[in-house]
Write a protein that binds this ligand. Structure first.
Ligand code: TRH
Length: 389
C-alpha cells in the first residue's frame, strides 16, 4: 500500500531515515527493522535505515551482509552506520528523520536538517512503557537549543493516548493461516504434541528462577514440551539436563518435561514459535509485543535497568493486561511475573490452574490493544498532520 503525501505542492511518497544504535541484544534493531519494513510496505515510504551493528542485524535478517556499507533488503535501504559522524555517502536529508531510543544522530546531518528548505519532521522514538505518564509526554515537541528545528518524542505504549505498538496489517491473517503441523515437523522434527501436553516457548535472559521452574515441570503431573531458542538461557537448560550445551537440534527429557532447542530464525518467522506454543516466555520489548498479538498467555522477562527502574514498567504492564481478570487469576499472574523477574519463586501449578481464564483474557487484551492504533499508523498520521497532506 502506498500513501502519497502532499509535500509543498507535490504529491509524493515520503522519504524517511531511521537511525539505530544497537545497545545490546536484538531489541533495538528488532524494533527498528520491523518499523522500517512496515513504513515501507504498509505506507509506501522510502526508508533508509542506519545501523551501527550489522552482525546483530544479520541474525534477524540473514539477507543482510555485514561487510557491505550500503545494501537493500525487503525494500529498505540499509546503511552501515560505521562511525558516529557517518551520515551516508551523500548528505541527503529525508522528509522524516527518526532517531531510535535517543541515539545521537550525526552533527553534520543535524546541521544539514537545519539548512533544508522544508524542515524535516524529527522524531525521537522512545522505548515502550505501559506507565500512565507516557500518554502525557507522547508527541511533546522539544526545540533544538541551536538550530531552528524541533524534535517530537514519540512514546510507544499499551494505553490510550500513546503511540501504540507495531502491528503489521497482515499479522492476524498470517496467524490464522499458520500450519502448526507443518511447523512442528520442519522446526522441531517431531509431530505436533497432542492437547494433553502443554507447549511452552522460552525466550529469556539468564534467570535464577529457571531451575525451580524446570524442576516443577519435570516433577509435575501433566507433560510439558519446552521449546528454547538458542540464546542467553540455553546454558541453564543444558546444566539442568546435564548436557554440554543446549544448541539447536538438541533434545532432552526428564520426568514429565521434554525440551527442544531451536535455532534463531529470521524475524518474520519468530511469531510462528509464539503461535505454536500454549504459553510464551518473552523478554525485552519486541518479543513482549509479539506475545500480545499471539493472543496466548505469556510471561514477560523485562529488560533489567539500573536501580530497578524496570519494576514500575512491569507493574504497569500487569495492570493493563490483567485488567478484568478475576482476583485469583490476576494475583497468580502478578505473583508469577514477579517471581520470573526476581521477586520470589515461581509456582507453576498456582499460575497455570488459571489457564482458561488467562487464554480468554489474552484474546480480549489483543483487541483492546489494537484499539489504540498501531505504531506505524499513528506515526504516519502525525507526520501527515505536520507535513500537511
Ligand atoms: O533482544 P532483547 O532482549 O532486546 C532488548 C530490549 O529491546 C530492551 O528493551 C532493550 O533495551 C535492549 O534490547 C537493548 O528482546 P526483544 O526486544 O524481544 O528483541 C528480540 C528480537 O529478536 C525480536 O525482534 C524477536 C527476534 N527474534 C528473532 O528474530 N528470531 C528468533 O529466533 C528469536 C528467538 C528472536
Amino acid at each position: 500500500m502506498s500513501t502519497l503525501t502532499a509535500v509543498g505542492n507535490l504529491a509524493r511518497e515520503l522519504d524517511c531515515d531511521i537511525f539505530c544504535a544497537v545497545v545490546d541484544n536484538f531489541g533495538d534493531i528488532g524494533v527498528c527493522w520491523r518499523l522500517a519494513r512496515q513504513l515501507q510496505a504498509g505506507h509506501g515510504w522510502r526508508v533508509r535505515l542506519f545501523v551501527d551493528d550489522l552482525t546483530v542485524f544479520h541474525a534477524l535478517c540473514p539477507e543482510v551482509d555485514a561487510s557491505l556499507a550500503r545494501q537493500e533488503a525487503s525494500g529498505v535501504v540499509i546503511e552501515h552506520w560505521h562511525e558516529p559522524m557517518h551520515a551516508g555517502d551523500t548528505l541527503d536529508i529525508a522528509d522524516v528523520v527518526i532517531e531510535a531510543f535517543a541515539c545521537e544522530i550525526p552533527h553534520t546531518y543535524i546541521a544539514a536538517m537545519a539548512r533544508r528548505e522544508r524542515e524535516p519532521v524529527w522524531i525521537n522514538l522512545e522505548y515502550l512503557s505501559g506507565e500512565d505518564w507516557v500518554a502525557d509526554f507522547h508527541m511533546r515537541p522539544s526545540p533544538h537549543p541551536r538550530y531552528p528545528l524541533s524534535k517530537s518524542f514519540f512514546f510507544p505504549g499499551i494505553g490510550a493516548g500513546t503511540g501504540g505498538v507495531i502491528k503489521e496489517h497482515d499479522l492476524d491473517a498470517r496467524r490464522q493461516q499458520f500450519d502448526a503441523n507443518a511447523w512442528w515437523s520442519e522446526r522441531v522434527g517431531i509431530e505436533r504434541p497432542d492437547a494433553a501436553k502443554t507447549v511452552v516457548s522460552l525466550f529469556a535472559y539468564e534467570n535464577p528462577a529457571v531451575d525451580a521452574l524446570l524442576a516443577q515441570w519435570r516433577d509435575g503431573s501433566s507433560p510439558v514440551v519446552l521449546l528454547v531458542p538458542e540464546g542467553r538461557i540455553s546454558g541453564a537448560i543444558a546444566r539442568f539436563f546435564g548436557v554440554p550445551k543446549f544448541a539447536a537440534g538438541t533434545s532432552a527429557k526428564a520426568g514429565a518435561l521434554e525440551a527442544h532447542a531451536l535455532g534463531f530464525v529470521e524475524q518474520p518467522r519468530f511469531d510462528e514459535l509464539l503461535w505454536a506454543a500454549d504459553i510464551n516466555f518473552v523478554r525485552g520489548e519486541d518479543s513482549f509485543v509479539r506475545a500480545q498479538w499471539a493472543m496466548k498467555p505469556f510471561v514477560w522477562h523485562i529488560y533489567p535497568q539500573a536501580d530497578d527502574a524496570h519494576l514500575p514498567k512491569l507493574d504497569a504492564a500487569l495492570d493493563h493486561i490483567t485488567q478484568s481478570l478475576q482476583a485469583p487469576a490476576r494475583d497468580a499472574m502478578r505473583a508469577f511475573w514477579h517471581a520470573w523477574n526476581g521477586a520470589g519463586t515461581p509456582d507453576w501449578a498456582a499460575f497455570w490452574v488459571h489457564r482458561r481464564e488467562l487464554e480468554a483474557r489474552a484474546a480480549q487484551w489483543a483487541q483492546e490493544l489494537a484499539a489504540i492504533g498501531d505504531l506505524a499508523g499513528n506515526l504516519v498520521a502525525h507526520v501527515n498532520t505536520r507535513i500537511g497532506s
